[in-house]
Design a binder for this molecule. Structure first.
Ligand SMILES: Nc1nc2c(c(=O)[nH]1)N[C@H]1C(S)=C(S)[C@@H](COP(=O)(O)OP(=O)(O)OC[C@H]3O[C@@H](n4cnc5c(=O)[nH]c(N)nc54)[C@H](O)[C@@H]3O)O[C@H]1N2
Ligand SMILES: Nc1nc2c(c(=O)[nH]1)N[C@H]1C(S)=C(S)[C@@H](COP(=O)(O)OP(=O)(O)OC[C@H]3O[C@@H](n4cnc5c(=O)[nH]c(N)nc54)[C@H](O)[C@@H]3O)O[C@H]1N2
Ligand code: SF4
Ligand SMILES: [Mo]
Length: 768
């Protein structure tokens, strides 16, 4: 085994413990955990101050996920969940990393720590610079830092040699200015975390229903008859979705879940904001649990659609919605012909769900016309992700379940403003209308050639074509696939720059020179010219709201993201720029005024966003208007992809534990799944374990040979788990070194992080 996973230390904690998976989510333990995480990072007064304004209409947007807040009344005590509190604890920590810290800790020493240990160090407190060949970061002034970046950028032989990444926490204001600067500089190289996340949803929905976002609002969930949740673990990743599901349940909705794991949060929920919940009385959530095989969703949905067709044939016009289909869709006949060619037994065997359970799901839907489909990474990070999502849309179209209350698409977004970033122009494949508008409003001609997404950016850096890497947030090294290759790519750059709140591994696996630019987080008070500013974010349901931090920043040397972009633009473009960056530096209202002129749907932005709760952006699919090429909602015909595994091969999905936010590791427990104090674990079915002659607690190495390259991660502890045969699970990012860069989704180019072929070998290494 040649390639050790050097960029991701393979140390075990030595404290691994297994418990029983939990049968109900939240309750008192959630409240306890929230408090514990807050108090570990700050004193009680700061903690109270932060939580008191979290998700309130006059407060700040949760830096966790993109789940929406209620439009109407909000709880004055706690409008957040355990993981929202953890996100705030992580960001609002009072631990600070200044020049002394970086003088005492070399880059190599820090890189040897686990992601958990790195993250717990604290907030970066001043701009830091790593010179070529240096072992330690040293302080640098903001002016010098911008000058250095400008010099590097201007020395490139083409603007297309620079890459400008965005993670999804960046506000609308910062993101809008960022894409404006990047395009005036001359490139569309704007990869973002979305490329690894919901890109497949965006591509599928755009082609199917004409908008790359979901169509439902929170209130639709309460009007739905059926909510179908696929490839999503809301109990951990969108915990307040459970509150919404509980409310929907009380109104009589049927919940169907499709997931290879019996996720606790989908089973039962003890709402910590109710007396019952605190007394450990839970609400049952999922009615029909379809424990589908990894990537079995296409076959599963097709089987459902086929059985629905059989019912429709028995009583025409009663199961499908003929009027909707006739007036709004295209491709119905071809799709029905395709369904009729399907072999039900084959579909059943492909998805791994017993026929009776599929029939139960069909019975739950057969006479219902208000269905909502929710999904996340379990659908998007697959080779056939775009077609699978279109198959879900096929189901909704057959039932006329879109463009009316209580029905529609609900791709549940990840980062708190990932949807907003795309809305305001962070896109490597910008639509012509956006570029035309920028030209009209600003007077410069933005580049028309498409830029690099995440996967192509890594290839470009590897091949020496991408030379300066700039990241607006995120942790590119750990979040991307093929960690060893990506490390090589980043090290190949002349300069890597990270605008960051916390220290992370991407600062430690760097280009020839590197910079860390420390920035304000959501919870931080942002004062410009003596006036307190707010920024705005768009949640998963298209609501734009203001977010106003209220905590004193840990250092007076932090700059807000909008100001960083303005100063970067001035230092780089100098008198080449036609944009009035000085104006934007004076007040964020000026940014919003101009954003409104470029991006549709933001009319009277400054006025409307000051309205408590914000405003909804226009959404064609929600209103029954399908802005596709043919102005129709399109059925899609795509086959079930089948692949055979060799006898020693298994499928692996890389998933999140309950104690992390992407590469930020809050803690070492995955409480709901009963895994404690260790992240290097392999969840495997007992039959597969027996086949591989491994038992609980054994230490194994995982490897594969995709494209003739051997990839390996060492020291994973075996956990026997209720997961379908042939399927295994590990945590992201520990297993990312196994995800091949060239294994991507068709059309969306998203890494296939939910289906990696692996082999297992007992570890020869001793624990370090
Ligand atoms: N606390 C917390 N919240 C988060 C995040 C976090 O890391 N921590 N991350 C945020 C981000 S950026 C995102 S994108 C979201 C992610 O939210 P999720 O998509 O819920 O996150 P994952 O852990 O990747 O889980 C995917 C789920 O899909 C299932 N799954 C895997 N493969 C398949 C499959 O082939 N078919 C089906 N049907 N299911 C499958 C897994 O068992 C798991 O339950 O959460 C956001 N919110
Ligand atoms: N194998 C595998 N890989 C995956 C996934 C998977 O499921 N499996 N999921 C993918 C998904 S869905 C996503 S979205 C990506 C996530 O990819 P990223 O968005 O790149 O990663 P994060 O871990 O969210 O980034 C965390 C870092 O962001 C910085 N940060 C936090 N808040 C702020 C802020 O307000 N401003 C700035 N400037 N910086 C901030 C901190 O320094 C922190 O260390 O990972 C992807 N990678
Ligand atoms: S559900 Fe998401 S946005 Fe809401 S409080 Fe929890 S982490 Fe924050
Ligand atoms: Mo994501």
């Amino acid at each position: 085994m040649k390639q050790p996973n050097a960029e991701n230390p393979e140390t075990l904690t030595g404290h691994f413990r297994l418990g029983k998976p939990k049968t109900a989510a939240a309750g008192l333990p959630a409240v306890f955990q929230a408090a514990r995480h807050i108090l570990a990072e700050m004193d009680a007064i700061r903690g109270f101050k932060a939580l008191n304004k979290l998700n309130q209409k006059n407060g700040f947007d949760c830096p966790g996920c993109a789940w929406p807040d209620p439009d109407d009344e909000r709880s004055g005590i706690a409008e957040y969940c355990e993981n929202g509190a953890k996100a705030v604890a992580e960001e609002a920590t009072t631990k600070r990393l200044d020049a002394t810290f970086f003088a005492q800790n070399s880059v190599a020493d820090l890189a040897a720590l686990t992601d958990y240990e790195i993250g717990k160090k604290g907030r970066v407190a001043q701009p830091m610079y790593l010179a070529e060949g240096a072992t330690h970061y040293t302080p640098i002034s903001w002016d010098k830092a911008f000058e250095k970046i400008g010099t590097h950028l201007n020395a490139l032989s083409s603007p297309n040699e620079a890459i400008f990444y965005t993670s999804g926490r960046t506000s609308n204001e910062a993101a809008f200015l960022y894409q404006l600067f990047v395009r005036e500089f001359g490139t569309n190289n704007l990869p973002d975390c979305s490329n690894m996340c919901h890109e497949s949803s965006g591509v599928a929905l755009m082609e199917s229903v004409g908008i790359g976002k979901g169509s439902v609002t929170l209130d639709d969930l309460y009007e739905a008859e059926v909510i179908f949740i696929l490839g999503q673990n809301p109990g951990t990743n969108h915990p307040r979705m459970l509150t919404a599901l509980q409310k929907a349940k009380a109104k009589g909705v049927t919940i169907i879940s499709a997931n290879p794991l019996k996720e606790t949060g989908l089973l039962n929920f003890m709402n910590p904001q109710t007396v019952k919940g605190m007394l450990h009385v839970g609400s049952h959530l999922t009615d029909i649990y379809l424990q589908v095989r990894i990537n079995g969703d296409m076959a599963l949905i097709k089987a459902i659609n086929l059985l629905l067709l059989h019912e429709e044939e028995k009583a025409p016009g009663t199961v499908f919605d003929p009027a909707f289909i006739k007036n709004n869709t295209s491709g119905y006949d071809a799709y029905i012909a395709h369904l009729q060619e399907q072999n039900l037994d084959q579909l059943v065997s492909d998805c791994g769900v017993p026929l009776e359970q599929i029939q139960a799901a069909v019975q739950a839907m057969v006479h219902k016309k208000k269905i909502i489909a929710c999904w996340a990474m379990g659908l998007t990070q697959h080779k056939n992700a775009v077609d699978t999502i279109k198959e879900i849309v096929n189901l909704l179209l057959l039932k006329g379940s879109i463009g009316k209350p209580g029905a529609g698409t609900c791709p549940v977004r990840g980062h708190s403003n990932v949807q907003g970033d795309r809305t305001v122009g962070i896109f490597e494949r910008p639509p012509k209308a956006l570029l035309d508008k920028i030209q009209e409003v600003y007077g410069f001609n933005p580049p028309r050639e498409y830029g690099w997404d995440v996967v192509s950016a890594i290839r470009a850096m590897r091949d020496g074509k991408g030379k300066v890497f700039f990241a607006m947030g995120g942790n590119f090294l750990s979040a991307t696939p093929d960690t060893v290759l990506t490390a090589r790519a980043l090290r190949n750059c002349n300069l890597t720059v990270h605008v960051s709140t916390k220290l992370n591994r991407s600062h430690l696996v760097h280009g020839r020179e590197a910079l860390i630019l420390p920035t304000l987080g959501r919870s931080d008070k942002d004062i410009v010219n003596g006036e307190r500013q707010f920024v705005t974010c768009e949640n998963s349901m298209g609501v734009v709201q203001m977010s106003k931090g209220n905590l004193t920043p840990v250092s007076d040397q932090l700059l807000s993201e909008p100001l960083i972009v303005c100063k970067l633009a001035k230092a780089t473009l100098k008198d080449r720029t036609v944009v009035d960056w000085d104006k934007y530096e004076k007040h964020y209202d000026y940014i919003r005024d101009d954003l409104e002129r470029v991006i549709p749907g933001f009319d009277n932005y400054n006025q409307r966003v000051r309205h408590p709760g914000g405003f909804y952006l226009p959404n064609g699919a929600r209103e029954g208007k399908y802005n596709t090429k043919n102005q129709k909602a399109n059925f899609n015909v795509a086959p079930v992809t089948r692949f055979t595994l060799a006898a020693d091969e298994l499928m692996m999905m890389t998933i999140r534990s309950h104690d992390q936010f992407n590469t930020t590791i809050y803690g070492l427990d995955d409480r709901y799944r009963g895994v404690y104090q260790e992240r290097r674990v392999l969840l495997i079915n007992e039959v597969d374990a027996a086949k591989h002659r491994i038992v609980r607690g054994d230490k194994v190495d995982l490897y594969n040979e995709f494209g003739g390259v051997e990839r390996v991660v060492r020291n994973f502890l075996v956990v026997i788990y209720d997961i379908p045969e042939g399927c295994t699970a590990t945590y992201f990012p520990e297993a990312n070194a196994l995800v091949p860069l060239d294994s991507v989704a068709d059309k969306s180019n998203t890494p296939t992080s939910k289906l990696v072929i692996i082999k297992i070998k007992k570890s020869a290494t001793t624990e370090r």
